[in-house]
Design a protein around this ligand. Structure first.
Ligand code: ZN
Ligand code: ZN
Length: 402
C-alpha cells in the first residue's frame, strides 16, 4: 500500500529548508521528509490491536505544518522523544477488518475514527499509567518516549489501512453520516476548547479565524451556551457567510486597526492609542477563542479581552514568537492553552459530546467540507489548502478507493 508519512531525518529537513526557498512545493517531492511511498500493509502486533480499512480522511493544518516542516527545531514539541516516522492523517474514518484475540470492544465492520493519535500510556500499555493518562488527558502523556511502541509501522488516515491499539479509536454512532464522522475530530477539538472556558449567558464571545476549527468553535459555543453573543473575525467572504450560518451574530473583516474600532463599538470598550502606534482597549470581550494561535492573533487577543476575561488558544504554532504580554498582568487576563481533546473522568468526553451535537444537528456541519480528492492526488489537495482564499476551501477530504 502507499502511505503518506514524515521522516524525522535531520538531513532531509535541512535540505528542505534550502530547496523550498527555490521551489515552493519542494516539500511534496523527494527527497523531502514527507513521502507518499509504498510501504507494507501494517499487521497487528498483538492481541490488543485492531486493523482498519480506511475510507476518507480530512486534511488538517497540522498535517500541512508537518509536510512543510513549518516548525522551528528549537520549539518545545520538537524535542519530544521517540517519534522517528510519523504517519499522517488523523481525521480519518474507516471500518474494522481484523481484531486481536483480546479485543472485545470492537468487531469487524464497526465504523471508527481515531481518538488517541499520540504514543500515550494507552498504546504503550504502561501500568500504572502516568497521572495525565489516568485523568483522561491522553494528549498530555508524561511517558512519551519511555517505552518503544510495539511497532512504528501503523499507517494512518492517509493510507488505505492502519492499525490501532483497542484504546485508540472512537466508535462512530450510526446516526452520523460519513461526512459528519470525518468532522468528529475537529469538532471534538472545538468542543474541548469551548469547555475549557465556558461562556456565561449574555457573554460577548470573540472567535478569531473562520477556518474549520474557528467555524466549529462558533457552532460549539452556540450549542453549549445559546445565550452568548458571538462575533467572529474572518478573512474571506465565503468564511463570513458560513460563520453566520453556523451561528455568529456578526462577522468582522478588515485590518487589525479596523478591528480595534469595531470591537470598541461592539463591546463599549474604551480605545486608546499610545505614542508608538500601540493600541489598547479598556473593556472588550468576555471570552476569546483564538483558532489561529500565531504572534499577531495572540497579541490582539490579549488586547481585545476585558480585564479578568478569558482567552483560549486552539490554534497551533510551531514557531517561537514574540508578543507583548503586558495586558496579561495589567488586565489580569486568563490565558489557557488546549491540546486537542480529552476523556475526562468527570464527564467531559470530547468525542462523545461532539458526536451528540452533530447527531442532534446542534452543530450543523453542512458546508464545512468544500473539496474532495482521491488519495493519490494528495498534492492537489495540499496546493488547494495553501490557496484557500482562491479556492473557497474550508475542509478538504481525501478519499481512498473502495
Ligand atoms: Zn486536526
Ligand atoms: Zn501517559
Amino acid at each position: 500500500m502507499k502511505a503518506l508519512y514524515v521522516e524525522n531525518n535531520v538531513l532531509k529537513i535541512l535540505l528542505l529548508s534550502i530547496t523550498s526557498k527555490i521551489f515552493k512545493y519542494a516539500a511534496l517531492y523527494p527527497p523531502a521528509p514527507a513521502r507518499y511511498a509504498e510501504v507494507g500493509e501494517p499487521q497487528i502486533p498483538g492481541p490488543n490491536w485492531i486493523k482498519i480499512k480506511n475510507k476518507s480522511c480530512g486534511l488538517c493544518g497540522t498535517d500541512i505544518h508537518l509536510i512543510f516542516m513549518d516548525m522551528d527545531p528549537k520549539i518545545f514539541p520538537a524535542a519530544t522523544p521517540g517519534i522517528y516516522r510519523k504517519y499522517l492523517g488523523h481525521e480519518m474514518i474507516g471500518e474494522v477488518v481484523e481484531t486481536g484475540s483480546n479485543v472485545n470492544n470492537y468487531q469487524k465492520g464497526d465504523r471508527v475514527c481515531l481518538r488517541i493519535d499520540w504514543p500515550s500510556c494507552f498504546q504503550m500499555e504502561i501500568n500504572p499509567m502516568c497521572r495525565q493518562c489516568q485523568a483522561g488527558n491522553y494528549m498530555l502523556c508524561e511517558n512519551l518516549g519511555k517505552k518503544t511502541p510495539p511497532t512504528e509501522h501503523t499507517g494512518a488516515g492517509f493510507a488505505p489501512y492502519m492499525i490501532m491499539h483497542h484504546t485508540q479509536p472512537f466508535k462512530i454512532p450510526d446516526a452520523l453520516t460519513d461526512d459528519e464522522a470525518v468532522l468528529l475530530e475537529p469538532t471534538a477539538v472545538a468542543v474541548h476548547g469551548v469547555l475549557k472556558q465556558k461562556p456565561k449567558p449574555g457573554d460577548k464571545v470573540l472567535v478569531i479565524g473562520c477556518g474549520t476549527i474557528g467555524l466549529l468553535i462558533i457552532s460549539a459555543v452556540k450549542a453549549i451556551e445559546p445565550q452568548a453573543e458571538i462575533i467572529a473575525i474572518a478573512r474571506y467572504d465565503f468564511q463570513s457567510r458560513i460563520a453566520k450560518k453556523m451561528g455568529a451574530n456578526d462577522v468582522f473583516m478588515g485590518s487589525d486597526s479596523d478591528m480595534y474600532e469595531k470591537i470598541s463599538a461592539k463591546t463599549d470598550a474604551r480605545y486608546h492609542k499610545g505614542y508608538f502606534g500601540n493600541k489598547i482597549l479598556l473593556g472588550g470581550f468576555d471570552v476569546v477563542y483564538d483558532s489561529i494561535g500565531n504572534n499577531s492573533s495572540i497579541n490582539n487577543a490579549l488586547r481585545w479581552t476585558r480585564a479578568g476575561g478569558n482567552i483560549v488558544i486552539l490554534g497551533i504554532n510551531f514557531r517561537p514568537g514574540k508578543i507583548d504580554y503586558s495586558p496579561l498582568w495589567h488586565q489580569e487576563i486568563n490565558l489557557t492553552g488546549t491540546n486537542c481533546h480529552i476523556v475526562n473522568k468527570n464527564g467531559e468526553d470530547s468525542f462523545e459530546l461532539a458526536a451528540n451535537f452533530l447527531a442532534e444537528k446542534k452543530i450543523d456541519a453542512q458546508g464545512i467540507i468544500t473539496h474532495r480528492f482521491p488519495m493519490d492526488n494528495y498534492r492537489d489537495a495540499v496546493k488547494t489548502f495553501l490557496a484557500k482564499g482562491k479556492h473557497g476551501a474550508i475542509k478538504i477530504v481525501l478519499d481512498h478507493h473502495q
